[in-house]
Design a protein around this ligand. Structure first.
Ligand code: NOJ
Ligand code: CA
Length: 694
């Protein structure tokens, strides 16, 4: 039987069901706790969904589907058909990951998969079925499209627009960065939903009904990124990054084969995290739960969380250079100095930027050579020396956006690194992409994926700068450890910088997507030690000569806990750490976290997070421009044990603006029943390490 007839035969009972139920709300699915319900309907041939939270409207009737080029119609003229009953999971499924905020994760959701077939035979050119898979968890919901098509009639589906909508029932306050398909390095805006023109995701909000939420996407592979555009009142529509010819997504026959030899393609999940308090969003595992299990087989011991320092901040401060000249940072002598400091201070790894040839072409031809060290960086002896000290090397690949140049060298480079025992690379894409491609389009999503897979094949972990935003792929490829995708610490070195509240917005926005290489840890907050050095040169146009960090020193410590990254950088020059009592917090810190909990917080105001790593607990609290005292019950500590708390607090007269480096260190024995009063200066914070005593 030919494939078309076979598929039609299999679908016949469902089609007759669908014909009887043309324009009705034809199904719903609720979260295990019953608080969130998603309704699916077809109206005049157009598929829709809507959502209630606690029986109150949350997302009103919102469209589903796509616009395509050519005769294929994924937009309207559909019949609804339900092929699977809503499937209820009674017990949570528990899974483990090799690293993360939490190594053990629970997942429990109810599912409904809805099929939509074409109404008329003549409209059945190409895709036979558009399926939408819904999953509803207690902490939010998500859906993804599956498009099944006949490869004999259609070689490629060209998506020109996504029609997915999020039509809010109530106005509210939102926190987001602008939609931009080339960069995420923006300050956050706090705006009413009704005044927000566009946003990148995660787009976080609190509705006037008191529901906290965040729209994002999960498992972004082989598709362009989604941003949001407000089309009217409280209605937002998905916007996809384009190929240079205007097409958004090219779905080709090399997509997954499935469903009785019909070709099936899955889009990323469109997800909405939902919480009843702001910290519920941080404690949610929705994004990870939507991703596929780990695909890397065998021993994963080469994937390990690390604390690192690096030859890096000096270049951003303008006292060193990436190129090989008299101010060159990555020299053999500096490398040895940094390796020694790491070895003496319980730091696991050292990053070197500007170690390879090609930096003269940065901003021009972007012609970097990823296996050719500069003559004054003696790679062999540095690698040997680091090995004797048990210090890992983090190599660096700035591509300048020249994807073709990087891909040409990829296999050879990763092979070469593996041979030298280097298991971690920081990549970067600071520059425009070739041929009119955008950083976040399908072309580059495919590139980032190629790098992750190549790195995995050579046992290399990644820290990606100028990345595609995280969407939980670290579950599937745990070598994809951390990334930037934020206006990070570097902006403080050469621009008006990041205001204090930036750090109380990030945990509720960017960080919901995944780990962040923000690189906190500046001790010389005002750049007193470098501003007037003879080697200082302005190198960035944003530098107005008044740059500094906009926090207290203790907030820099707290950010090591709050801004989670399995690769956590003490980013300042080692000269600024030598002999500083606060560096003890970084020495003691264990980046290999087992468990985490956001305890308190409000978006843009303050946040308190605790993490456990082995038998130590680390707590970080921070506040915006307002001074604040918060009471934190220590109920997370183990029962019946005494703990020594080392508290790094803002001094009573500390202030981010006028007195940022004043601190007090106190040691105290505490127990689970105690309550810690955390007093923070304006723009300040507090870091505490708890050592459990037997
Ligand atoms: C931008 C990255 O974010 C930064 O960390 C790096 O130092 C520069 N590019 C140079 O590669
Ligand atoms: Ca950057």
């Amino acid at each position: 039987m030919n494939r078309f007839l076979l598929a039609l035969f299999l679908l016949l009972p469902a089609i007759s069901f669908a014909q009887r139920y043309k324009n009705i709300d034809f199904n719903s699915v609720s979260s295990p706790d019953g608080r969130i319900t998603v309704y699916i309907s077809v109206d005049d041939g157009v598929p829709y969904y809507s959502v209630t939270v606690d029986n109150q409207p949350f997302i009103k009737k919102s469209r589903l589907g796509f616009e395509t080029k050519g005769e294929l119609n994924l937009k309207d003229n559909f019949w609804a058909l339900e092929r699977e009953k809503a499937c209820k999971k009674r017990k949570p499924y528990v899974w483990q990951q090799p690293w993360g905020e939490n190594k053990t994760i629970e997942s429990q959701c109810n599912r409904l998969s809805c099929g939509f077939v074409k109404q008329t035979r003549s409209d059945r050119i190409g895709p036979l079925v558009l399926r939408v898979d819904f999953r509803v968890y207690n902490d939010g919901f998500a859906f993804r499209y599956k498009i099944y098509f006949d490869d004999q009639k259609n070689d490629t589906i060209l998506i020109t627009n996504e029609l997915t909508e999020f039509n809010f029932a109530n106005d509210g306050t939102s926190w987001s960065i602008p939609a931009n398909f080339d960069s995420y390095e923006y300050l956050y805006r706090e705006q009413p939903l009704s005044a927000l023109d566009n946003a990148n995701t995660p787009m976080t909000f609190r509705t006037s009904a008191g529901v906290y939420g965040s729209i994002h996407e999960a498992a972004l592979v082989n598709f362009p990124e989604m941003t949001l555009l407000r089309t009217d009142s409280l209605r937002f529509r998905a916007q996809l990054a384009s190929w240079p010819d205007g097409v958004k997504a090219r779905i080709t026959r090399d997509s997954i084969m499935d469903f009785y030899h019909w070709y099936g393609f899955k889009t990323p999940w469109r997800s909405v995290q939902i919480g009843h308090q702001a910290v519920d969003l941080i404690n949610s595992n929705l994004i990870l739960n939507l991703n596929e299990p780990c695909k890397i087989e065998g021993d994963l011991s080469w994937i390990r969380p690390m604390k690192y320092i690096g030859v890096w901040w000096g270049m951003h401060l303008g006292i060193q250079s990436w190129t090989m000249d008299e101010r060159h940072g990555a020299t053999t002598a500096n490398a040895i100095r940094y390796i020694d400091f790491a070895a003496n201070n319980n730091i696991d790894a050292v990053l070197f930027e500007g170690w390879n040839e090609g930096w003269e072409t940065w901003g021009g031809r972007q012609n970097f050579d990823f296996t050719q060290p500069y003559a004054d960086f003696d790679m062999d002896s540095i690698v040997r020396y680091a090995a004797t000290k048990n210090i890992a090397i983090i190599s660096h690949h700035e591509t300048g956006g020249n994807i073709y140049n990087y891909e040409r060298q990829l296999d050879r480079t990763y092979q070469w690194l593996e041979e030298q025992g280097i298991h971690c690379v920081k990549t970067g894409y600071a520059g425009g992409l070739p041929d009119g491609h955008s950083h976040h389009g399908q072309f580059n999503v495919l590139h980032y994926q190629k790098v992750v897979e190549m790195a995995a094949a050579h046992h290399i972990t990644l820290d990606v700068h100028e990345p595609i935003k995280p969407t939980g792929l670290r579950r599937t490829y745990p070598n994809m450890m951390t990334r930037e995708g934020v206006r990070g610490m570097e902006w403080n070195a050469w621009s008006e910088g990041n205001p204090p509240a930036h750090h109380e917005i990030l945990p509720f926005t960017r960080m919901l997507a995944g780990p962040l290489d923000y690189t906190p840890g500046t001790f010389d907050i005002l750049f007193d030690n470098t501003r007037n050095l003879p080697t200082h040169q302005k190198w960035n146009d944003n530098d107005k000569g008044n740059s500094r960090v906009h926090t207290t020193l203790c907030k820099q410590l707290a950010n090591w806990v709050i801004l989670y990254s399995p690769l956590q950088m003490a980013s300042d020059l080692i000269e600024n750490y030598e002999g500083h009592p606060c560096f003890q917090f970084f020495r003691d810190f264990n980046p290999d976290c087992d468990w985490s909990r956001a305890l308190q917080g409000e978006i843009g105001e303050y946040v308190v997070i605790v993490r456990r790593a082995g038998d130590r607990f680390f707590l970080g609290a921070s506040t915006n421009e307002e001074a604040r005292t918060v009471s934190v019950p220590l109920t997370f500590l183990p029962r019946g044990k005494k703990c020594v708390a080392t508290i790094y607090a803002d001094a009573p007269d500390a202030h981010w603006e006028t007195n940022p480096t004043a601190y007090v260190i106190e040691k105290r024995t505490v127990k689970r029943k105690d309550v810690l009063e955390i007093r923070m200066a304006p723009g300040g914070g507090q870091a505490v390490s708890f050592e459990v005593k037997n």
